[in-house]
Design a binder for this molecule. Structure first.
Ligand SMILES: [Zn+2]
Length: 215
């Protein structure tokens, strides 16, 4: 009977090691990381839903502009977004992500496809997405069903505006909930796009062309 007990002890030891490992890789926001360092959101939380539209051709550009779907942001943006998501989760909801940090070269690629400042930020100025402080998001329930926000992501028209008056109470409430909780974690909304949020502390960071590796 000695062998099974030994095996059990080895198993428990490995399980413990695995636990330690996963704790280091998830939700550990106490690491000594500089606030402006670019990090991958999924390494800090498993509680987000992803639908990275620009890593597919399912977007208004009708073009796949990212080689792979990853959500990189400055560390301070990740911390604030996780705190916002925790607030939503207490209400039975989660953040679903459409876009995060966007390298300047990708911005140039988008501008080459649609060189219209009403739809794409001019890369000569760059946007907060190029600074790692902006996210495009909506809310889903724990089954992954999106809340009705009145329009789809990247709908270009007055209906995408926070102030558009002719929506049902439910849609207005959904948008207001998103805006209210994001504001609590110091994100500014953007009047003409209900899905876009800028971290206030990220507005003055430099435009970046940092690129992540696709595995
Ligand atoms: Zn955006």
């Amino acid at each position: 009977m000695a062998f099974p007990i030994k095996s059990l002890l080895v198993f428990l030891f490995l399980l413990n090691q695995l636990n330690c490992f996963s704790q280091i890789n998830q939700n550990d926001l106490t690491q000594n990381v500089n606030d402006t360092t670019f990090v991958n959101l999924k390494e800090y939380s498993q509680d987000f839903v992803y639908d990275m539209k620009y890593a597919t051709a399912d977007n208004f550009l009708k073009s796949k502009v990212y080689d792979c779907a990853e959500c990189y942001l400055r560390y301070k943006t990740v911390k604030a977004l996780i705190l916002a998501n925790e607030r939503f989760m207490k209400k039975g909801l989660k953040i679903k992500i459409f876009d995060c940090y966007r390298p300047l070269d990708i911005q140039k690629k988008m501008w080459a496809i649609v060189p219209n400042p009403e739809y794409v930020a001019n890369p000569s100025k760059g946007s907060i997405h190029n600074r790692g402080g902006a996210v495009d998001i909506t809310l889903v329930d724990f089954d992954g069903k999106e809340l009705d926000m009145g329009t789809s992501f990247d709908f270009f028209g007055k209906e995408a505006s926070h102030d558009f008056p002719d929506f049902s109470k439910e849609i207005k409430n959904n948008r207001n909930l998103l805006r209210k909780i994001m504001a609590k974690e110091h994100f500014n909304s953007f009047d003409s796009e209900w899905w876009h949020y800028n971290l206030k502390a990220g507005l003055k960071d430099t435009v970046s062309n940092f690129k992540w590796e696709c595995k």
